[in-house]
Design a binder for this molecule. Structure first.
Ligand SMILES: Nc1ncnc2c1ncn2[C@@H]1O[C@H](COP(=O)(O)OP(=O)(O)OP(=O)(O)O)[C@@H](O)[C@H]1O
Length: 320
């Protein structure tokens, strides 16, 4: 594990009340994977990131980086970590990418030539070489975000933290961002990102970290998380005519049948093993369309964010 967070808590005392932003949070970030840190506004993501980056002192908790406990000195983590905060705020908009690379490389102890070389390499990798001398404010929002990532990667850190990397990006730019993150992960860069865009998280993430009111709801692989929520096999079926009572009773011996609209039904198998039997029965009816429905990360997050569906039964696992 590259990063381990153990029993992290942080409260803020405001004039009106005490706000518990992070509440006994523990999780692990595996090396070379993309972890999506999810939770509604105010869930405690930024506060957790700030504690990891030593930008605030938690009330309690421990941070381990490369299996070493960080106490007062976070240098081992900070030296190996690139960070892009929301809205690409870590770059100078009046400078060009090359000038930004020289500055941010300098901050990381690189000489100008090395910073330039590393920066050009990154631009080439992300197909932005032609923009090396264009001032940042003349670039599209998506390009600005990529340059911000290049600056964060200028000293080749092995850990990259991205706060809302797709904020304000159009569909094409989001796709480019997906590719970039996948390229970086394939080069063993460990990525921790926050996002409210669950379709994006579902595309790029290997790992999911879900928090609610500062507490852990789920931590584990995306595939396991989705598999748990897709144990049922659901079909949406449209027939030429509404089902007769007899036809409906026939299907109901092996599935739950719910009328969605006019001639369209949701058919949920009681047992996945009866799929062949169901398809045979459906084939005897006058079908117009049939689709299988799978639950998405959006459904998972929706489920857990509802009051009552809590983490009680799962600190490191999940149950649907
Ligand atoms: N400096 C502070 N003083 C007082 N309260 C704070 C402070 N920083 C954060 N909070 C509160 O702590 C809680 C968690 O905030 P945090 O910014 O960590 O959430 P978040 O998950 O990052 O939200 P978002 O998705 O909106 O960025 C919120 O209730 C927030 O108002």
């Amino acid at each position: 594990m590259l990063l381990k967070v153990k029993n992290l808590s942080k409260s803020f005392n405001t004039r009106k009340k005490k706000i518990t932003a992070v509440d006994n949070l523990s999780f692990e970030i595996p090396e070379g994977k993309i972890t999506a840190f999810l939770g509604f506004n105010g869930a405690g993501k930024t506060t957790s990131l700030k504690a990891i980056l030593n930008l605030l002192v938690p009330d309690k908790g421990e941070i381990y980086f490369d299996d070493k406990l960080l106490k007062d000195d976070f240098t081992p983590l900070l030296k190996q970590t690139g960070v892009v905060l929301e809205s690409a705020r870590n770059i100078f908009f009046a400078l060009t990418p090359i000038e930004n690379f020289a500055y941010w490389g300098g901050q990381r102890g690189l000489d100008k030539q090395t910073a330039r070389r590393n920066g050009l390499e990154l631009l080439e990798k992300f197909n932005l070489s032609s923009k090396k001398d264009t001032v940042i404010f003349k670039l599209s929002r998506g390009m600005q975000q990529i340059i911000a990532i290049c600056c964060a990667l200028i000293a080749r850190p092995k850990f990259l933290i991205l706060d809302e990397p797709t904020l304000g990006l159009d569909i094409e730019a989001v796709k480019t961002m997906e590719k970039i993150l996948q390229v970086l992960a394939s080069e063993n860069v460990t990525i921790l990102l926050t996002t409210h865009e669950l379709a994006f998280a579902q595309k790029v993430a290997d790992q999911i970290l879900l928090i609610k009111k500062g507490r852990l709801i789920y931590s584990g692989t995306k595939n396991e998380c989705l598999a748990k929520f897709n144990q049922e096999k659901i079909f949406t079926v449209k027939f030429l005519h509404p089902l007769s009572d007899k036809q409906e009773i026939g299907l109901k011996t092996i599935s739950k049948v719910v009328l969605l609209a006019d001639k369209t039904y949701e058919v949920t198998l009681f047992d996945k093993k009866s799929q062949g039997q169901l398809l045979q029965r459906l084939a005897q009816l006058e079908l117009v369309d049939i689709k299988t429905k799978s639950k998405s990360l959006n459904d998972v997050v929706d489920f857990y964010m509802k009051e009552g569906n809590s983490y009680d039964d799962t600190q490191s696992g999940i149950s649907a």
